[in-house]
Design a protein around this ligand. Sequence first.
Ligand code: DQA
Length: 146
Amino acid sequence: MSSILILNGPNLNLLGTRQPEVYGSTTLADIEEMCSAHAARLGVEVSFAQSNHEGVLIDHIHSAKGTHGGIILNAGAYTHTSIALMDAVASVELPMVEVHLSNIHARESFRHTSYISRVAIGQVCGFGARGYLMAMDALAERLAAP
Ligand code: DQA
C-alpha cells in the first residue's frame, strides 16, 4: 500500500514562529505542501495529522493500520519520553521513519535518547524541512520493495 501518514507531535503546529534559529522559518503548512508535491513525484499518496496530545497521536497511529502502508513520525518532545508512542508503533507493525528538523544528537543530552528510534526503520535529523522529503524517499522505496 503506497500511502504514507505524516504525523507531527506537540508544538510542531507552531513551526515558522517557534525558535526559528533552531527549527527554521518554514511553517507546518509549507512542509505539508512540499510533501504533497514530493508525493506526486514519487507516485505515493500522503496524509497529514498533527496533535499536541499523546493519546490523539496514539489514535492516529492505530488508525494508520489498514489505511496507510507506513508512517513518518516527528513526535516532538514525546520522542524522548513516550513509551506509549513507541508501543503504539510496535503494535501496528507498519514501517515508520523518525524525523526531526534539528540534529537532536548535537543538542541537550535529554534529546539524545529516542524511544521512537527503537521501533523506527531509520532516523533523519538535522536537515530541517528537507528531512521529511528524505524520509519519504526512504519509506517509498521500502513500500515498493517486494
Ligand atoms: C524536534 C526535536 C525535539 O527534541 C523537540 O522537542 C521538538 C522538535 C525536531 O523536529 O527537531 O519538538 O522533534
